[in-house]
Design a binder for this molecule. Structure first.
Ligand code: CDP
Length: 221
């Protein structure tokens, strides 16, 4: 197969990473989790006591970060300046910081450049918010995944339970709604469906059903 790229965008909890990972495995290509890269910037700020709400302060440090992605079997590993941060980035505090730093122009420029570089080197399935619109406008196939707020909160709840974390559904629902607002209302690269993206509502579909649906679309792309 020639080099190809699949862009998967959508709001928090729509199932992007699960679906993207499965697709990459089926197609034998690389999965790139761009959200993890924004989370890495958020985590760096928290660890270094840099106020992530202060754009100028974050832009001062953005060039001191080295973010690397790697895969080990099914697992995607993310390194920040050589340190494995795959687990550390999966907290609500880091998600909120990521969502904030993702509104800064310079942060987006640096990360988008790195993402485009990866696309130029190999076949990829990349997920995020601006993949079909900004990072890979020339993608072979663009998918926009959606699901109702309740369903997305339920999925997050189950994910947290599996990891032994306690969190309330009310809090999770509020967090999802806040992030939806922030992601769709920011000035630079807001979350929006690319004109040529195919929308897939995952509310009532199983993971296998969604993956099969996208594989069929890929055959036709
Ligand atoms: O997994 P979840 O959908 O909760 O979040 P994520 O994909 O890990 O992304 C974390 C944050 O980074 C999101 O709230 C987005 O605001 C931001 N992001 C972005 O702006 N652009 C991307 N391409 C990917 C993530």
């Amino acid at each position: 197969m020639n080099k190809f790229s699949i862009a998967i965008d959508g709001p928090a909890g729509a199932g992007k990473s699960t679906i993207a990972k499965r697709l990459a495995k089926k197609l034998g290509c690389t999965y790139i989790d761009t959200g993890a890269m924004y989370r890495a910037v958020g985590l760096y700020c928290i660890w270094q006591h840099v106020d992530y709400r202060d754009e100028a302060k974050v832009e001062e440090v953005i060039f001191s970060l080295k973010i690397d992605l790697d895969t080990e079997g099914e697992r995607q590993i993310i390194y920040l300046n050589g340190r494995d941060i795959s687990q550390a980035i999966r907290t609500d505090e880091v998600a909120a910081a990521a969502s904030k730093v993702a509104t800064y122009k310079e942060v987006r420029e640096v990360l988008v450049k790195a993402q485009r570089q990866m696309q130029s080197e190999k076949s990829v399935v990349m997920d995020g918010r601006d993949i079909g619109t900004v990072v890979m406008p020339d993608a072979t196939l663009k998918i926009f995944l959606t699901a109702s707020v309740d369903e997305r909160a339920k999925r997050r709840f189950e994910e947290y339970c599996k990891r032994g974390l306690t969190v309330s559904m009310v809090e999770l629902t509020k967090d999802i709604m806040d992030r939806d607002y922030q992601d769709t209302h920011r000035e630079i690269s807001p979350l929006k469906k690319a004109i040529d993206a195919i929308e897939v509502d995952t509310t009532a579909l199983s993971i296998d059903e969604i993956v099969d649906k996208i594989m069929i679309l890929m055959e036709k792309a």
